[in-house]
Design a protein around this ligand. Sequence first.
Ligand code: ISE
Length: 375
Amino acid sequence: MNGMRPEPGALRPDRVEGAVLSSSNEPELRIAVLGLGLMGSFHVDALTRRVRGSRVVVVNDFLSDKAESMARAIGARSVADPLAAIHDAEVDAVLIASPGDAHDAQVNACLDAGVPVLCEKPLTTDVASAYAIVRKEAALGRPLVQVGFMRRFDPEYVALHELITSGGLGNPLMVHCTHRNPAVADHFNSEFMIRDCVVHEVDVARFLLDEEIASVQVVRGVATSRAPAGVSDPMLVIFETTSGRIVTDEVYVRSQVGYEVRTEVVGEQGIATIGLDQNLQLKSADGRWGGAIAPGFVQRFGTAYDIELQRWVDAARTGTIDGPGAWDGYAAVAVCEAGVEAVRTGAKVDVRLERRPLAEPEPGITAPDLEAARP
Ligand code: ISE
């Protein structure tokens, strides 16, 4: 993709709606992957084996042995300094899966280099730095920053979004979410549960209802005996949107059961539910019946991650993004900050959003063409 890297500040390239740009004649998008933990390794595998039109050319991790062995396995180079990896002359686009506190510097470096970036959540770890990215991107005049809210690409969420936007439920009045993990590490305290888990429902609510969240309240009830002292697990988070709609979210990360992510939208003319694990139903000789619950988010959202990457790669080849952008990342950070304050104080906390720059791309994504996007 020589010559592909756009100049910072260049005009936004025309977007080819719905087009699958990958073909054997097109040069591959050369990607640097920063951070090779669970998500980074999963994405390297997807970009190498499942996504069309992409090649991981540079990998980076603070554990240099890990990066070197990954580089050897896929025929890439390991670059020890993440900022050098971003500015590497061979790199057309960057995928950030490093720890959250590294995102600010890395996303800024991508904007400086003028390369499209897919950044796993959080965009940054504080509101001011997230908004600074929104403004910096707006000043460039074209969207380069995509945030990894993969649920927007999950076929069930896409169907629910389409149902709402086509008016199939009438006016959506309330949304009820459930977010349960079977088990987590001890560092998942109440505040981390907001930033790391509830952040997905923040984005889901904004995506489905197409409006901002105005306030957050957290109700802390009886905790499971498996939670460390002082940790409220489960919690009930209540959002109110700017138009007054209510969104509830039960977050329970030590359920012992499985990975359950459900969303129910209650409308004036219907109620729709997704995430019911309605897969193979088996009746067995010992008198039991039922299906299987995904053990974790990689299994539950594997297809969504792959569709997200394919669409991002196709967009990045034209120098842009195709999914939740910097504003969505900023709004999620702002809501989570209010959520953390709500956990600490027990109060209903208002969300304060700065002005949205005019040059910022439209919120969310249009319903994707799932067949075309499928890797
Ligand atoms: C994890 O970090 C994720 O992003 C998953 O999607 C989420 O469901 C899980 O609870 C988080 O810990």
